[in-house]
Design a protein around this ligand. Structure first.
Ligand code: ATP
Length: 369
């Protein structure tokens, strides 16, 4: 397999103004986006936003009401599911219980009429890829859940699809196994060079495995970016709020210099200072999105303008981290998260402490609201 190349080089899938309606309900709304060759692409969004509908259209179980889906430059609408270079791995795995691991992986190839030698070589390659050689002769009920998941993956990749759709692939695994399996999945994706599109309800999982993430809402794509950019540079309050924990501080913007703004955010408070590449009008409603781990807590007033005084209302101890809820005089809560690098007995703040919360001007993302 060729090494990783710039994913921007070649789109494998292009959605060109795709709309999907069920009766008068619009499940996918005029969606355009590209997924590149060799990408590990994640679809994220709340229940009902259209993730499964997109997957089903790629797999060929549904067709767009309007618009075109291109796969490697070809309109896929007239191509039946079994003729597409696309495979879908379901959460249930749907393994044949009476067939061995080896036969499960061979099943699709046999049906295609692949010559015996070639078939055996291909199955062995898949067993090696998923580290299942030792289990080749066992039946699905004689292996663990994680191993069954790998059999399903091996079977889905056996025919070397250009695109593999993964619908909640790790949903049945417990948390620890899930984490290990995420890394295996990434490794297998890289080794085979197959484009993976994953749907998962687990944001952390999407952020871990994917090279790019599409955040969806009501049939539309709100942002497509790397996990880092989705988290650090969300393009809207919706995306900031959907991924991870965030403080959203609402106010109005006043430009003080090109790209620099003061944010007025409530009676008697000093304005906050922020920078933004996107232009905001004077007096425009806006929001600052600040991740809790970028908020510092101090006993004394910090140097920065981006500070507010409050009282510690709650502390949630999460092992490696603690989250503090700091209540401002008007009742607004600001969340601050600190790494517990010291034993918790040495914690510097406790309930009811009067503290300052603050952040640097580049820590907050300024968004139109
Ligand atoms: P989840 O995360 O819950 O699986 P999803 O993002 O995958 O949700 P979809 O299954 O794609 O959501 O559904 C999108 C919307 O389209 C939903 O409101 C759903 O009720 C609707 N929908 C999906 N399939 C049909 C159908 N065959 N007939 C009518 N409405 C449908």
């Amino acid at each position: 397999f060729a090494p990783w190349t710039d994913p921007a080089e070649k789109p494998l899938i292009e959605f060109d103004r795709v709309t999907k309606r069920f009766g008068d309900f619009t499940a996918i709304d005029d969606l355009s986006m590209a997924i590149y060759e060799r990408e590990f692409f994640a679809l994220l969004g709340p229940s009902g936003c259209g993730k499964t509908t997109l997957m089903r259209m790629l797999a060929g179980f549904d067709t767009p009401s309007e618009g075109t889906i291109w796969l490697a430059g070809q309109d896929i609408a007239p191509v039946p599911p079994n003729k597409r270079a696309v495979n879908m791995m379901f959460q249930s795995y749907a393994l044949f219980p009476h067939l061995s691991v080896w036969e499960n992986i061979a099943f699709g190839l046999r049906r295609e009429g692949m010559p015996k030698d070639q078939l055996a070589a291909r199955v062995d390659e898949m067993l090696r890829l998923t580290r299942l050689q030792r289990f080749a002769g066992r039946k699905p009920h004689q292996i663990s859940g994680g191993q069954r998941q790998r059999v399903a993956l091996a079977r889905s990749l056996a025919k070397a699809p250009k695109l593999l759709l993964l619908d909640e692939p790790l949903g049945a695994l417990d948390a620890k196994l899930r984490q290990d399996t995420q890394f295996e999945l990434m490794e297998i994706q890289e080794t085979t060079g197959t484009t993976f599109v994953i749907v998962t309800h687990d944001q952390e999982e999407a952020m871990t495995v994917a090279s790019r993430v599409a955040v969806m809402d009501e049939g539309r794509v709100m942002q497509i970016a790397t996990p880092e950019d989705i988290y650090e540079a969300p393009s809207s309050v919706y995306v900031a709020d959907f991924i991870g924990d965030v403080n959203i501080l609402r106010g109005t913007a006043r430009q003080t210099a090109p790209g620099r703004y003061e944010i007025l955010w409530g009676e008697g408070r000093a304005p906050l200072i922020s920078e933004s590449d996107t232009a905001l009008d004077n007096g425009q409603s806006c929001a600052l999105a600040i991740r809790p781990e970028k908020v510092s807590i101090s006993a004394d007033r910090p140097e920065t303008a981006n500070a507010a005084q409050g009282k510690i209302l709650d502390i949630a101890y999460l092992g490696n981290l603690s989250t503090y809820h700091v209540e401002l005089p008007d009742g607004q809560i600001i969340k601050a998260q600190e790494a517990n690098t010291q034993r918790i007995a040495r914690r510097s703040f406790t309930w009811e402490d009067e503290v300052w919360v603050s952040w640097t001007k580049t820590a907050a993302v300024l968004l139109a609201d």
